[in-house]
Design a protein around this ligand. Structure first.
Ligand code: GRG
Length: 282
């Protein structure tokens, strides 16, 4: 998995190279090249590997997914949203630079993700399908809708169903999208199963996040802890407690393993990554 991650990091550096020098490029580079787990691009590349495909022609799509994820983190950390000052073990983008630069760097990463995919040499019809899914997942009916609902429920009690809806969109969409795109590229009929796996994994990932927020520390996590409590947000832990939340995580991972085993793919590579996520400490 480390080799894949290194390839993504190397390609991200190359992709940033041609951008005009200035504070926005510096801020994009600062946030993108900070030590993130690269989970979303790895899910995409690993699913392609599970289909026995050469992933190299699609490396830039993996990088575009990470650019969109990083933009969402930069904007989420802004004072108008979660107002956090630590991310990926470093001061958040607006703390390191300033708010205007952080807004522009987020905008630029989203925009650059689009042009990065547009520049990939591949079948045009498939490229349009990929762009459509990627920007639906991160768009106003996807991640942005999730973020809107997350902000709406600040200072209001959300129930588990409402919370699940927030997480499906805010976290699940971008976790699911890589696996969905790999199925599109491989021209397999597994799209729906990958959607199920992706959304279950996304929900498990988010509940893990809620648990880590109360059981870990900001040095290990590389971000502020207790930010949900500070912003008066309902979480799985605040609604169900740690034990029941962990039970839900375990059930969701079990479902993911079962659904993956039911597919005609090379299970090993993708299960290795799922297990890394299952055991994550940050
Ligand atoms: C601003 C449109 C907009 C959306 C923001 C992703 C998001 C939506 C907000 C980030 C805050 C948050 C806690 C999201 C839940 C998903 C999550 C745990 C994100 C962090 O992802 P990791 O752990 O981060 O993969 P790294 O740094 O490893 O990439």
């Amino acid at each position: 998995m480390d080799i894949l991650k290194d390839e993504v990091n190397q390609r991200l550096i190359e992709l940033l190279n041609p951008i005009k020098e200035g504070k926005v490029k510096e801020a994009m580079n600062y946030s993108l090249m900070a030590p993130g787990k690269r989970l979303r691009p790895l899910l995409f590349l690993t699913t392609l590997k599970a289909y026995g495909m050469d992933y190299h022609p699609y490396l830039d799509i993996a990088c575009a997914i990470e650019m969109i994820h990083t933009y969402s983190l930069i904007h989420d950390d802004l004072p108008g949203m979660d107002n956090d000052d630590l991310r990926r073990g470093r001061p958040t983008c607006h703390k390191q630079f300033d708010e205007a630069t952080a807004i522009l760097a987020g905008d630029a990463l989203l925009n650059y993700a689009m042009s990065t995919v547009l520049n990939v040499k591949m079948d045009n019809e498939l490229k349009i399908d990929i762009l459509t899914r990627l920007f639906d997942a991160s768009g106003v009916n996807g991640m942005i809708y999730g973020q809107q609902q997350d902000l709406y429920f600040e200072n209001k009690q959300a129930n588990v169903i409402e919370l699940q809806d927030i997480h499906k969109h805010k976290t699940g969409e971008l976790i699911a999208v890589g696996m969905q795109l790999a199925a599109l590229i491989a021209k397999k009929s597994d799209y729906e199963i990958w959607s199920k796996v992706g959304f279950d994994l996304g929900l498990a990932f988010q509940i893990q996040d809620d648990i880590l927020d109360v059981t870990s520390d900001s040095k290990t996590l590389g971000k502020n802890i207790g930010s949900d409590i500070e912003n008066n947000k309902s979480t799985y832990v605040s609604l169900l407690g740690i034990e029941e939340s962990q039970k839900r995580v375990d059930e969701l991972f079990k479902k993911c393993y079962e659904n993956i085993y039911a597919m005609q793919i090379n299970h090993g590579v993708i299960l290795e990554l799922i297990t890394i996520i299952l055991k994550r400490v940050n």
